[in-house]
Design a protein around this ligand. Structure first.
Ligand SMILES: *Cc1c(COP(=O)(O)O)cnc(C)c1O
Length: 397
């Protein structure tokens, strides 16, 4: 019999029922260091007092009013995002996939507005993940997500991630834009490097294309800059963000330059819940914390420390981990052939550490951005015990 909750996830049995800062507890009372963060979401840790206060205060004032009216919280969050990015304007939604969807629509609308309605196709990259709507699984192009959902939405041409020549060769008179994650998250913490991002900007300019970055996972401080593309010195025309923006309160945003957003006039796009007062109260408080002087340099320092620990553990356990990847606090441990990342994630959990599997047999470490040296050490201890546990399991087979 089908469970009451539709069984679309491969869930573990543990029920996480409480969280405080860097840790969560399951229904049996077991405590975990949360380096999964609900998949790069709870960047300020669980039940952060300032976020709790902001949400409570808004809950007692106004929950929802719809976008038929001005929402002061939206104006404040949008102004903060604009002041701290390339963007001139922001559309609010509720999730990452919706933020990407807005970006896709905006690319088509821009080309339509500027006399190129024939340009409607976007170039995307192998290994990409952009969400689970029909358009975004088509953009992501992953067979495992498309299987059984044919026909895919038309308008996406996929090239190898990190290969600028292939990308250039894929441009046709119908190409409207390029959609890329600066670091692929679900794909396995793959960074193509800052030079690749610079080339994407050049190519987009040369062919009149819009450059869209999906920073749903990399954005809001995860890599030690507010947005990962800042490491490259270039900027996109449009950017999707979500995960870390609400620290667990569902919210997404699509940021754009004035030029890219010129077609997004009244009535062209919308959302009932997008940017509602509760979401904006939380997102505003999140941004206040992350933009606090010294916060992002702290993320960079914590990232270096965790990366170094991970490197040392991988070097000491080459039969389990072959490579450490990533920037800031977005770290991937590539598992050796014959070692399954999901087994490693399960073993970490048994040792009190939550991690997240990703493509390419990678285990992701996506800790809260507020971690300190003690948490890095706690994670390292858990990872070392995990290696011991896996070795014992391997030996007993
Ligand atoms: C998680 C993710 C999405 C989808 O976000 P949802 O909130 O699950 O819809 C899109 N793009 C990237 C890069 C992501 O990591």
């Amino acid at each position: 019999m089908i469970p009451a909750v539709m069984p679309t996830y491969a869930r573990t049995d543990a029920a996480i029922v409480r969280g405080e800062g860097t840790h969560v507890w399951d229904a049996d009372g077991m405590r975990f260091l949360d380096f999964g963060g609900g998949v790069a979401v709870t960047s300020l840790g669980h039940c952060h007092p300032k976020l709790v206060e902001a949400l409570k205060a808004q809950a007692e004032t106004l929950w929802h009013c719809s976008n038929l009216y001005r929402i002061p919280g939206q104006e404040r969050v949008a102004e903060t995002l604009v002041a701290n990015s390339f963007a001139d304007s922001v559309f609010f939604c509720n999730s990452g996939t919706e933020a990407v969807e807005c970006a896709l629509k905006m690319v088509r609308k821009f080309q339509h507005e500027t006399g190129h309605p024939e340009r409607y196709r976007l170039i995307t990259c192998s290994g990409a993940f952009h969400g689970r709507t029909l358009a975004t699984i088509s953009a992501g192009g992953q067979e495992k997500h498309l299987q059984g959902f044919a026909p895919a939405v038309d308008g996406f041409d996929q090239v190898s991630f990190g290969n600028p020549n292939e990308l250039r060769a894929a441009i046709t008179s119908e190409t409207a834009g390029i959609l890329v994650e600066p670091i692929q998250g679900e794909g396995g913490i793959n960074a193509a490097g800052v030079d690749y991002l610079k080339i994407l900007r050049e190519v987009a300019d040369e062919f009149g294309l819009l450059l869209v970055f999906d920073e749903v996972q990399t954005g809001i401080g995860r890599t030690g800059k507010l947005f990962a593309h800042e490491w490259s010195g270039i900027t996109p025309d449009i950017m999707a963000v979500a995960k870390g923006l609400g620290n667990g309160f569902p919210v997404g945003a699509c940021l754009a330059t004035e030029t890219a957003a010129q077609g997004m006039t009244a009535g062209t796009h919308g959302s009932t819940f997008g940017g509602n007062p509760l979401a904006m109260a939380v997102a505003g408080a999140v941004l206040d914390e992350i933009l606090e002087e010294g916060f992002l340099s702290g993320v960079q320092a914590a990232g270096k420390a965790l990366h170094a620990e991970a490197e040392a553990i991988a070097a000491a356990n080459p039969e389990i981990f072959t490579e450490v990847r990533g920037w800031g606090l977005m770290i991937g441990l590539r598992c050796a052939d014959g070692v399954s990342n999901t087994d490693v994630v399960a073993a970490c959990m048994a040792e009190g550490l939550l991690t997240v599997p990703a493509g390419d047999n990678v285990v992701r470490l996506l800790p809260p951005l507020i971690i300190e040296q003690t948490h890095v050490e706690e994670a390292a201890t858990c990872l070392k015990r995990t290696c011991g546990r896996l070795r014992a399991q391997g030996g007993s087979q």
